[in-house]
Design a protein around this ligand. Structure first.
Ligand SMILES: Cc1ncc(COP(=O)(O)O)c(C=O)c1O
Length: 362
């Protein structure tokens, strides 16, 4: 048997009768930049998430950049985040000139350990970026309480968690600003790069919309130093189709995760994902922990089971962040998980037969 990790091809087959005409419509209209499909998408995203403003943009990375630029985060500021995430989370902090300050993760959820955040706050701290890793929201009540006490902002990196909930509220409608990614392999993906910023504050929303178009307030008049950060109309047209079916796709993902958990729970030596009470995961990944990860990955590959490691090296040990002065041993939980974590194939269309084959191979 040969398993497909994300099975984007199957998904295209499923929705192509609506997606292909939607792409063709934009091609024929030539409304490539900020066409009406963008408004349609932003309205649908607002309804889906409950956030007052949904602002589409060019990627999840640019969503984070726009959020930080909107909050005036700059040189001399510190931003607290997790070292166990995709590089974009901390890269964007450095790109605006600020300093990433890492805090270790919780051993069960792999999300930032909210109990360790306060010790990392200094007078320079401007924001906290909790990352909803693999799709699970962080301890948002605790994080918001700390942020309010110290008068700092919270930007959620929800690149992997679109559609997840915390106390029945969308992860995109928490924090001061919430960001997501529509990268093709994300739970809700487009056909290239894309992302969105969610916010309830009207002034911040206006500023983010302006920053997305080079800081302009009207054509060729620029209030801020901004960026070219718009989502392509073609991507919005694709997302408008996929968003209609997203609740169903998300439920299927969660079903696949439950099937994995049921079949794997009796296996010794395998640690399964742990989703805390009062929250749901979008299951961007189904990641387990094993002691012999690299050997297992090779063997699974030979059996036709593709896997991935999210992530093999925590950010405090990455070459690009050597200037921050962190060293091995600074964040022991992140370092341990990075050596043990392995993501199994995850997509809404995995059949029972495929799941059983993956589990048997494991
Ligand atoms: C946690 C996290 N943050 C940010 C990003 C960046 O998103 P994008 O690839 O759309 O720029 C990703 C994407 O992989 C991610 O997983």
């Amino acid at each position: 048997m040969k398993i497909d990790f994300a099975n984007l091809q199957y998904q295209h087959e499923l929705y192509k009768d609506e997606i292909e005409p939607a792409i063709l419509k934009v091609a024929r209209k030539c409304n490539f930049i900020m066409g009406e499909e963008i408004d349609e998408l932003e309205n649908a995203l607002q309804i889906f998430t409950g956030a007052k403003h949904a602002i589409s943009c060019s990627s999840g990375t640019d969503a984070l950049l726009l959020a930080m630029m909107a909050l005036d985060i700059k040189s001399g500021d510190e931003v607290i985040t997790t070292p166990f995430t995709f590089i974009a989370t901390a890269e964007t902090i450095a790109l605006v000139g600020a300093t990433p300050v890492f805090v270790d993760i919780d051993e069960k959820t792999y999300n930032i350990d909210s109990a360790k955040i306060e010790a990392a706050i200094t007078p320079k701290t401007k924001a906290i970026i909790p990352v909803s890793l693999y799709g699970q929201p962080c301890d948002m009540d605790e994080i918001m309480t700390i942020a309010k006490k110290h008068n700092i902002k919270v930007i959620i990196d929800g690149a992997q968690s679109f559609g997840s909930t915390y106390k029945c509220k969308s992860d995109s409608n928490l924090g001061d600003i919430s960001c997501t990614s529509f990268f093709p392999a994300k739970p809700l993906g487009c056909y290239g790069d894309g992302g969105a910023v969610f916010v309830n504050d009207d002034e911040l929303a206006d500023k983010i919309k302006s920053l997305r178009v080079h800081g302009q307030t009207k054509r060729y008049y620029h209030r801020y130093i901004g960026m070219g950060g718009r989502l392509d109309t073609i991507q919005a047209a694709i997302l408008n189709v996929k968003l209609k079916y997203y609740k169903k796709d998300l439920a299927l993902r969660q079903e696949v995760a439950s099937k994995y958990t049921n079949l794997l729970s009796s296996k010794k030596d395998i640690l399964l994902p742990s989703i805390k009470e009062n929250r749901t995961s979008a299951f961007a990944q189904y990641s387990i922990r094993v002691k012999n990860r690299d050997e297992m990955q090779e063997k699974l590959k030979n059996l036709g089971v593709p896997t991935a490691v999210h992530y093999p090296l925590p950010l405090h040990l990455q070459e690009c962040f050597a200037y921050l002065g962190y060293k091995n041993g600074d964040f022991p939980i992140s370092e341990m998980i990075a050596n043990e974590i392995i993501s199994l194939p995850m997509n809404p269309y995995l059949s029972d037969e495929e799941i059983e084959y993956i589990v048997k191979s494991l």
